[in-house]
Design a protein around this ligand. Structure first.
Ligand code: NCD
Length: 307
């Protein structure tokens, strides 16, 4: 059974196929409005989320399908002690496809190993978030028209930011990608990502604490929130939370065609004064996320023989 647990589960060609489908959905939404009639998406959210869950729900409704599920662990039978493996088996009897978010790294993989329907990882702890990467990829493609020859800056919480880990994995397969890692010392990209993804694919990268000095090089700036819920103590969070705050003044030496992305939610790391700057892409990125989730649901249901 085909699932999406890690962005590398899909080849570069398959990702392009999803982008092409999403672009076609944007151009001709009416063609898709009945494609999932009678099908059910189960959204199993063991960790709070509004945008990702609602994005999945909106995606399924726009395909003419239905949604069942829960939005917090307390209202699921996990509260009674049920395992993820059992939950996946049970839900396979009710739905056609699962989107799961879980605070534990690897939980959606366990679900996929036990479900008889496709499972989509909607975020597992500080590990991966492949469907956010789909949104990021469509944004980059529509803004830049390519994935090759780009210098991509990641700024903020690179340690716990799962969207960063997944996007770096995805970009590591394209030609001439350069990565700039901008974070406080304590929130540097985990060494496993540097070793297994960047070094293994010969992707040149630099690490710095200083955004201003690298700004002129960037084609894309991927800002992130400091992930408060993953800190062990509040003091560290308070000390690090305001490390980077992007303001119009701080863009003084940026490229005129820089694209600023952010997976959202934003706390204060991008000033609202930037929202109207043509380089701000983060609200478009939200919309693109819904279209990519539509394309993904279609692909996985087709491969499962359920469409
Ligand atoms: C991200 C996440 O959940 O990891 N949000 C999202 O799904 N768009 C980013 C974040 O929470 O900071």
């Amino acid at each position: 059974m085909r699932s999406l647990i890690d962005i590398l589960d899909f080849s570069v060609e398959e990702l392009q196929e999803l982008i092409d489908t999403a672009n076609d959905i944007i151009a001709h939404p009416e063609k898709y409005s009945e494609r999932c009639r009678g099908k059910k998406l189960a959204t199993l959210f063991f960790e709070p989320s509004t945008r990702t869950r609602l994005s999945f729900e909106a995606a399924m409704y726009e395909l003419g399908g239905n949604v069942i599920g829960f939005s917090e662990a307390r209202s699921s039978s996990a509260a009674k002690g049920e395992s993820v493996a059992d939950t996946a088996r049970v839900i396979s009897c009710y739905a056609d496809i699962i989107a799961m978010r879980h605070p534990k790294e690897g939980a959606p993989l366990v679900a996929a190993m036990n479900a008889s329907i496709p499972v989509i990882n909607a975020g597992d702890g500080g590990h991966n978030h492949p469907t956010q990467t789909l949104a990021d990829l469509l944004t980059i493609y529509r803004e830049k028209g390519r994935f090759e020859h780009l210098t991509v800056g990641f700024c903020g919480d690179l340690k716990f930011g799962r969207t960063v880990h997944s996007l770096i994995c995805a970009l590591s397969r394209y030609e001439d990608i350069r990565v700039v890692l901008i974070s406080p010392e304590e929130l540097k990209l985990p060494s496993y990502v540097k070793k297994d993804v960047l070094a293994a694919n010969h992707i040149p990268y630099v690490q710095t604490t200083d955004l201003e000095s690298v700004m002129p090089d960037l084609d894309i700036l991927y800002m992130t929130r400091v992930q408060r819920e993953r800190f062990f103590n509040e003091e560290d969070y308070l000390r690090l939370k305001d490390s980077y705050i992007l303001t119009p003044e701080r863009l003084w030496n940026a490229k005129a065609d820089l694209s600023i992305l952010h997976p959202l939610p934003r706390v204060n790391e991008i000033s609202v004064a930037i929202d109207d700057d043509p380089r701000a892409c983060y609200f478009k990125q939200v919309l693109y996320g819904k279209y990519m989730r539509m394309a993904l649901i279609l692909k996985l249901l087709q491969e499962a023989g359920r469409l």
